[in-house]
Design a protein around this ligand. Structure first.
Ligand code: HEC
Length: 104
């Protein structure tokens, strides 16, 4: 097999992997509006809460866990925080998670 073919194949494979990663991770721009509407009231515009005892997203509190775990948490809720299952789709929640990870 020629060198060029191997290089091309590697590049195509890398591109495919990259595309998959982006799809899995959600769209931070789409998540922005959803965060503003659904989460900002409690979690604050910059991810800094106005109330004690809540995670500070700017400091990374509450975010040191895989996306899948965060997705499950947001669907279920905890204490004061309502569960968003049936209100937001998995894709919408993934977009919000991507937004929080990217912009705060
Ligand atoms: C009514 C207020 C309220 C709303 C609305 C709200 N949250 Fe929360 N959230 C909380 C509180 C309170 C906690 C702390 C819960 C605890 O640990 O007891 C929390 C915790 C979290 C955590 C930390 C998880 C962890 O394991 O510590 C994440 C992530 C989170 N919220 C994301 C979101 C997202 C995303 C939204 C919007 C879809 C949202 N929250 C909407 C009040 C709210």
């Amino acid at each position: 097999m020629s060198h060029t073919i191997i290089v091309t194949r590697t590049l195509v494979l890398m591109l495919l992997l990259l595309t998959t990663a982006v799809v899995m991770a959600g769209d931070p721009m789409k998540g922005r509006l959803l965060y503003e509407n659904r989460c900002q009231g409690c979690h604050g515009a910059e991810g800094v809460p106005q109330v004690a005892g809540m995670p500070n997203f700017k400091m990374g509190t509450g975010l040191m866990q895989p996306d899948e775990q965060l997705l499950a948490f947001v669907k279920k809720g905890k204490g004061v925080m309502p569960g968003f299952k049936g209100i937001l789709t998995d894709t919408e929640i993934r977009n919000i998670i991507a937004h929080v990870r990217t912009f705060f």
